[in-house]
Design a protein around this ligand. Structure first.
Ligand SMILES: Cc1ncc(COP(=O)(O)O)c(C=O)c1O
Length: 475
């Protein structure tokens, strides 16, 4: 909630007071919310207690918080307009972090929250072809196509068919990125009070989507083959689950490739319990540690009666997040329902972006090869740096994806993340990846940054780790 509020210059207590006051202004904290005790907040932020005492004093002086004997410190000033519960939740989650980050990071901060990659230069030639060859016909149309541009539906269907999942264009809905794909599928499956099962750890980006609809999240443990189906069975036996969200191909954050056998077990178990599966195949960077990528879970589910699988993906990780082109692959009846939700949301993803995607998608395997080659080099480089400068940090070599899931040696990631911020680098602590806040002995570290930036980031992380180990707190 405090974001990178403690990464700037000046006295820490002032920065802390400013960050808390910003949380009140934004509505992340509202009147009556109780602030942590001075001791707890000092521990969580890895600052001295005196820093928190001084910050709370300043806020009390400004009338923003009030303290009462026995009931701690609470937000005092009623916000001019209290935000709805949904936006309040989002302001505390990853969505708020994304807005903060992409609105502009503080000068000099290296943000390792996202594995940012520049767009593929071949997008320019595809765009030129679209302007030259497709635009005249597109301009003859009205421009609303809620289910998607037909040529892209065909290209996505062919893409899945060639990856072992026979698909027709009627089984494809085009969306604005995987984000919207997950949001629309959630609207179809989830209602207030529903339970959604996710892997633990998982991608915090989807937590906001499920919680905004009022869902409760349950984490299911994983092993090196993917989600543990024995543990999933326990969850499904104990309660009705409205949806199961998994990332079988290069799971975020662990980089695990779910085995073909596990995909089959998962599909069968979900079908037996009548639980719809949402499989996110957004990641394509294959680091080559496990052999070929098995067909999607939807292909394994084809032989299980009663199965219902929504396969979502996008071009964000393979070409450019700026295209904002994604999709859902599901049974034609479900795609029809999703089409109504898509029309209600925005009447369709921009046609020019879809036309560019339709031209690039058929060549995706070749296009992805270059990116994969760079990723492999960068993984080598980053792990070499970490072994030298942070020898006590450990990880399992990811099968694919863009990040390392690092186990820290005896200190909490959320406390470490605060210290790291003060050294000018932002990381995702493990507890953000679990509905209950587990995994705080881990952090997610993207490795795809260009080498000089990665070296500087590791240098700063090592300095932060040295501070963490010596117990040096800021004040
Ligand atoms: C698991 C997962 N799915 C999807 C995405 C990308 O979403 P989009 O396709 O909306 O850019 C991300 C980005 O971080 C992700 O981690």
């Amino acid at each position: 909630m405090l974001g990178d509020g403690l990464s700037g210059a000046g006295a820490l207590y002032r920065q802390l007071a400013a960050a808390l006051s910003a949380a009140v202004t934004s509505g992340a904290l509202v009147a009556g919310d109780r602030l942590p005790s001075e001791r707890d907040l000092a521990r969580a932020l890895h600052v001295s207690r005196a820093t928190v005492v001084a910050a709370y004093d300043e806020l009390r002086g400004r009338g923003l918080v009030e303290s009462r004997q026995g009931s701690g410190t609470r937000v005092a000033a009623p916000a001019s307009r209290e935000p709805a519960a949904v936006t309040r939740r989002l302001r505390r989650g990853l969505s708020a972090a994304a807005v903060r980050r992409f609105d502009g990071a503080p000068e000099g901060l290296i943000s390792m929250r996202y594995a940012l990659e520049p767009g593929d230069p071949r997008i320019a030639s595809a765009l030129a072809e679209v302007v030259e060859e497709d635009l005249p016909a597109l301009l003859d149309e009205v421009g609303y196509a809620p289910r998607g541009l037909p040529s892209l539906q065909v290209a996505v269907a062919d893409h899945y068919t060639s990856s072992g999942l026979p698909t027709t264009p009627a089984e494809i809905l085009v969306t604005t990125g995987t984000h919207q794909a997950v949001a629309l599928v959630s609207q179809l499956l989830v209602e207030r009070g529903s339970t959604v099962a996710v892997e633990s750890p998982s991608w915090p980006g989807c937590f906001d989507t499920f919680s905004a609809l009022g869902a409760r999240l349950v984490g299911v443990p994983m092993d090196d083959d993917g989600i543990r189906v024995d543990r999933l069975r326990q969850v499904l036996a104990a309660e009705r689950v409205a949806a199961l969200f998994v990332m079988p191909t290069f799971h975020n954050p662990t980089g695990t490739l779910m085995s073909a056998v596990r995909r089959r077990d998962l599909a069968q178990t979900a079908a037996e319990h009548g639980v719809p599966v949402v499989e996110d195949l957004a990641y394509s960077t294959d680091l080559g540690h496990r052999g070929a990528i098995p067909p999607p879970v939807a292909a394994a589910a084809a032989s299980s009666a009663g199965s219902r699988v929504f396969t979502v993906g996008s071009l964000s990780k393979s070409l450019w997040a700026g295209l904002r082109v994604g999709w859902v692959r599901a049974a034609a009846g479900d795609i029809e329902q999703l089409g109504y939700l898509k029309a209600g949301a925005d009447m369709g993803t921009p046609l020019l972006d879809q036309a560019v995607a339709a031209r690039l998608l058929p060549g995706l395997p070749g296009l992805a090869e270059d990116r994969t080659a760079v990723a492999r080099e960068r993984l080598e480089h980053a792990t070499g740096l970490l072994r030298t400068h942070l020898p006590a940090w450990t990880w399992r070599t990811p099968d694919g994806g863009t990040a390392l899931w690092i186990r820290l040696p005896g200190y909490d990631a959320s406390s470490f993340a605060q210290v790291a911020l003060r050294h000018g680098v932002e990381v995702t602590p493990g507890r953000e990846t679990d509905p209950t806040g587990a995994w705080d002995d881990h952090l997610r570290l993207p490795f795809t940054f260009e080498p000089a930036l990665m070296a500087e980031a590791v240098r700063r992380l090592a300095a932060a780790a040295a501070d963490e180990l010596t117990g040096r707190s800021g004040s």
